[in-house]
Write a protein that binds this ligand. Structure first.
Ligand code: NAD
Length: 263
């Protein structure tokens, strides 16, 4: 299906790896002009070259630490200087620290707030006003299954991602009349480097191989397997499409059936 977003300008944050990179690839396949950012220049140049090789579109990249306001402003200004506008904003981020309530200091809470919630708010504050003037825009936030079913030992993700959901719903109500949609995609377990490293780490602690840890995770999921990053990305791209014009304020879980509740 042609998603009707050829030559739209898309900024995907935290996109040098994993789900963010898969989203950038999916939007490049649709003919979008792509900008990506993350903290590490080497990862960005490698990802950018990879996307160019696969799709013939070279993403514009900017080094950006999502915890830093100046970096976010610089990213916005650099992308607008390069492309003149931003039509599609995909707010992705790194995962916040794991831990239960006793494990987490004010510093951990502050860092998670800045990375997960405040970076989303800051990018929207910079980009959505221009979308309003052009009367078209798409904002998609990558959250987590934890917004529907809080996960053990992930106090920061459970708390901050729900903040993103509340923010997105409020923003969607304010901007719907300008043909701007704001939605969230909540991934379940997705096989990225982050999950692979976690499986290696947990395997060492429990005396299991990482394959066994991943197999145990898969057993929790009705589909009996983890998602690929591309399976998350295709839903994100659909929400960014012309066809998704009447979906706003929603959270779409992409979890292979992992969340057991009805809503
Ligand atoms: P990943 O670790 O593979 O990739 C994370 C990306 O974020 C990388 O490009 C990294 O460079 C970038 N990043 C990290 N901290 C940053 C910072 N401060 N500033 C800028 N960029 C930064 O992770 P992933 O598995 O692709 O996950 C992406 C998001 O989805 C995360 O927030 C994660 O918690 C969430 N999520 C992932 C899963 C999963 O199973 N993989 C499940 C639910 C939610």
């Amino acid at each position: 299906m042609d998603l009707g977003i050829k030559e739209k300008v898309a900024l995907v944050t935290a996109a040098s790896k994993g789900i963010g990179k898969a989203v950038a690839e999916s939007l490049a396949a649709e003919g979008c002009m792509i900008a990506i950012c993350s903290r590490n220049k080497e990862d960005l140049t490698a990802s950018s070259a990879d996307i160019k090789r696969k799709f013939g579109i070279e993403p514009f990249w900017v080094v950006c630490d999502l915890n830093k306001q100046k970096d976010i402003e610089n990213t916005f200004e650099s992308v607008v200087r390069q492309f003149g506008r931003i039509d599609i904003l995909i707010n992705n981020c790194g995962g916040p620290e794991a831990g239960n309530f006793r494990d987490l200091s004010d510093i951990n809470w502050q860092a998670a707030f800045e990375q997960v919630l405040l970076s989303t708010v800051r990018f929207c504050n910079l980009i959505v006003p221009e979308m309003i003037l052009r009367e078209w825009g798409r904002v998609v936030n990558i959250t987590s299954l934890t917004v529907k079913q809080p996960a053990d030992n992930l106090m920061l993700s459970n708390s901050m991602r729900s903040g993103v959901s509340g923010y997105a719903k409020s923003l969607s109500n304010e901007v719907a009349k300008y043909n701007i949609t704001v939605n969230n995609v909540a991934p379940g377990y997705t096989l990225t480097n982050r999950i692979y490293d976690l499986a290696v780490h947990n395997g060492k602690k429990s005396g299991k191989s990482h394959e066994e840890v991943l197999a145990d995770m898969a057993k929790e999921i009705p589909m009996n397997r983890l998602a690929s990053p591309e399976e998350i990305a295709s839903v994100v791209s659909f929400l960014a499409s012309k066809q998704a014009s009447y979906i706003t304020g929603s959270t779409i879980q992409v979890d292979g059936g992992l969340i057991k509740g009805l809503y």
